[in-house]
Design a protein around this ligand. Structure first.
Ligand code: MN
Length: 703
């Protein structure tokens, strides 16, 4: 239990006894689970989770975060499962640990600038609970502190990744002390020599200037006292990496970088901030162009202060940051301020998401109070509640897609040709449905086939405009080509015993002229699309009447219009009888609307003249058709919901609903639903009839 002592000391400072007990239990489970495991340094493994939990506890985060920190490696590295965690400590802790494990699996593989930015976004996109990222940052901090046990090349690689990914992440979340520590540790690991030299130089400078710093500090305090402003004043040395960056940016030697020290002045309100600034500029001479008003224009992570740099005694630069207590808290704690355990607060019932929202809300308020644009808040918001997902190509490139995007969207995002020839997908090297939404962090490998083509059914699940446009474009092209071929087939059939090739150009031109069409292909396409009747055209071409035998048997296909899937989109289906694939159908030619497909039993066909036989091509329909149902159901609570459930479960959806109360406590319902074909519809009806309370259910052909 001695390993637990230090951590216990920290949490006793802010958590009540019952919560301390929970944390102790988490410690025991973690210790036992990691029994027999050791770190590269040779220490027992449990020292690592305890150190991570201590970093979390030093930020005064709630007990769930501390527990999850203790347990953060158990799912990955021990026999303990997420299920076990859930049973033992509840869903919240289990979720956080699961989130950390998922982030651990994420491997950053490419080094391009733009990819680094996307990778950071991916981490946030994968995070529903910000405590996951906080633990990940604490984890990285302890790993960086103990880098010494690793090989130099490995050390450098991890340090570089920390600088590129985790420091900016800590900065984004406003946790400056973590960011600064990670930067210094990375700096040391990447450039051990430069680090040592600079550290020595700063130590010397610090000793030499001790008196001077004291003097400046006293002068500032004295001045504020004289003008009656209540303030806390203290000085802080900048961290080494920041000094190093400054030297690099200005290409300067250390001795010319004088401002390694910055003074903080904390006051009651914003008015006082500006008054203090005035007093400071009166005390020392301000350096031009060095005054920054981050109160009026806060930084993107919510940081606010007035900053100025002045020329102090002996020409020493004096940097001052002025802000209020509230601003100080945001500056120090950032997002963590909202996970801090508060005895009075409703910590247990408030979800992490709500607290993250509260942080955002706070940023919005800061922004509004200074009347600034909303652009930056939109930025932050989209990072915390992303509408995008980020996935990898097999080569490690990161692809950004909207939420809900599928492998087909991904394929088109990578390249149109890949989309057009896509036949399947491997996600994390395992087969994955093309229609299933992808998740952030997945590696997506599209399988292509040179002769494959886009499918109309893809339109049912793709979400990106790019994929939709490409698929439609292909289908339209394909549809027009098909229509010409189909038209030719139809016309030849209608012309029998003649053939199109037997006809003279004059005969054809006469018909084209009459129809105001420019080419034979145009005419054939019109026939194929169902806008012109093949029998009518054939009649005109050869000047003989052609019998259309409406009551004839279906075996005679010569004059039958076949409705192929590719033509579906351009075909007109009658609104009066809603024919669906599988129904017996007839085409009815009308002067204004061309050919319209009706159900054979449609009452509107009774007086129709120009009828043509039609049938469905055998197919798996991807297009959804409307069908109307007429249902009588006992008018009880839950009657309609159970109807909806059945329809939803049958992969159909409700287009329209109309109800009327009948006598005997019956409800009459007319439902318009989407169906694929008669088989699908029969299946839905079967399930509806089995709902308790349903008295009758049938399809309605003519409403
Ligand atoms: Mn770890």
């Amino acid at each position: 239990m001695e390993l637990f002592a230090d951590l216990e000391h920290i949490i006793r400072g802010y958590l009540p006894e019952d919560k301390v007990e929970l944390v102790r239990r988490a410690f025991v489970i973690a210790r036992d689970a990691h029994e027999g495991q050791f770190r590269s340094s040779g220490e027992p493994y449990i020292t690592h989770p305890v150190a991570v939990a201590s970093i979390i506890a030093k930020m005064n985060l709630d007990h769930e975060a501390v527990m999850a920190a203790l347990l953060h490696d158990v799912i990955e590295d021990t026999a303990y499962s997420e299920e076990n965690l859930k049973e033992e400590f509840g869903a919240s802790v289990a979720d956080i640990v699961d989130g950390v494990s998922k982030l651990d699996k994420l491997k950053f593989r490419t080094r391009q600038e733009a990819q680094v930015e996307n990778f950071r976004k991916m981490i946030l996109a994968m995070t529903r609970d910000i405590r996951v990222v906080l633990i990940k940052l604490a984890d990285r901090t302890h790993n960086m502190r103990t880098l010494g046990a690793l090989r130099p090349d490995k050390r450098r690689r991890i340090a570089k990744e920390t600088l590129e990914i985790y420091c900016p992440l800590a900065h984004r979340l406003g946790i400056e002390h973590i960011k600064n520590e990670l930067e210094d540790l990375s700096f040391e690991a990447m450039y051990p020599h430069r680090y040592k030299v600079l550290k020595k130089l700063v130590e010397v400078a610090r000793n030499n200037r001790q008196d001077l710093i004291e003097r400046i500090s006293n002068e500032i305090k004295e001045r504020l006292e004289n003008v009656g402003i209540v303030a806390r004043v203290w000085g802080r040395e900048k961290h080494l990496y920041k000094i190093y960056q400054k030297m690099r940016a200005k290409d300067q030697e250390f001795h010319s970088i004088m401002d390694i020290y910055a003074f903080r002045i904390i006051v009651k309100n914003i008015d006082d901030c500006y008054r203090v600034l005035g007093q400071m500029h009166n005390l020392y001479k301000p350096r031009p162009g060095r005054v920054k008003d981050y109160i009026a224009v806060p930084k993107a992570n919510g940081y606010q202060s007035l900053q100025t740099s002045m020329i102090g005694p002996h020409g020493v630069p004096v940097e001052v940051h002025i802000h209020t207590e509230d601003m100080e808290q945001v500056a120090e704690m950032g997002v963590t301020a909202y996970w801090v355990y508060k005895e009075s607060g409703k910590n247990d019932s408030t979800t992490a998401q709500i607290r993250a929202q509260r942080w955002l809300q706070n940023l919005v308020e800061i922004q509004q109070s200074v009347g600034n644009s909303f652009e930056f808040i939109e930025n932050v918001k989209s990072e915390f509640f992303p509408k995008e997902i980020f996935v990898f190509t097999p080569k490690g490139r990161i692809v950004e897609l909207p939420k809900g995007a599928t492998a087909v969207d991904f394929a088109y995002a990578v390249h149109s040709d890949i989309g057009n020839t896509c036949v399947g997908v491997l996600v994390e090297y395992k087969p994955y449905p093309l229609s299933k939404a992808l998740e952030s962090g997945q590696t997506v490998n599209i399988i292509t086939e040179p002769n494959a083509h886009p499918k109309a059914s893809w339109l049912n699940f793709v979400v990106t405009a790019r994929a939709k446009t490409r698929i439609r474009h292909y289908l339209k092209q394909r549809c027009e080509d098909d229509a010409v071929k189909l038209g030719e087939r139809e016309l030849n059939a209608a012309l029998q015993p003649h053939r199109l090739t037997d006809l003279s150009p004059q005969q054809i031109q006469a018909v084209l002229d009459e129809r105001k069409l420019s080419s034979l292909d145009g005419l054939l396409r019109e026939i194929g699309l169902g806008n012109q009747l093949s029998s009518v055209i054939a009649h005109q071409l050869v000047g003989e009447p052609i019998e259309i035998d409406v009551d004839g048997n279906a075996e005679n296909h010569s004059n039958t219009l076949t409705i192929a899937p590719a033509l579906m989109a351009n075909m007109q289906f009658a609104k009066c009888c809603h024919p669906i694939p599988g129904d017996p159908i007839l085409g009815c030619s009308t002067p204004n609307n061309g050919l319209v497909i009706h159900h054979q039993q449609c009452v509107n066909l009774k007086n129709a003249h120009q009828l043509v036989k039609a049938k469905w091509e055998k197919m798996q329909s991807a297009v959804n058709f409307d069908a109307e149902l007429q249902i009588e159901i006992l008018n009880e609570k839950g009657a309609l919901p159970s109807l909806m459930t059945v329809i939803g479960a049958s992969e159909s959806s409700i287009q329209n609903i109309w109800t009327e109360g009948l006598e005997n406590n019956l409800l009459f319902v007319i439902l318009q639903i989407s169906v694929k074909d008669t088989k699908h519809l029969a299946n839905i009806l079967y399930h509806i009839k089995r709902i308790t309370g349903v008295v009758s259910a049938k399809r309605n052909i003519n409403a």
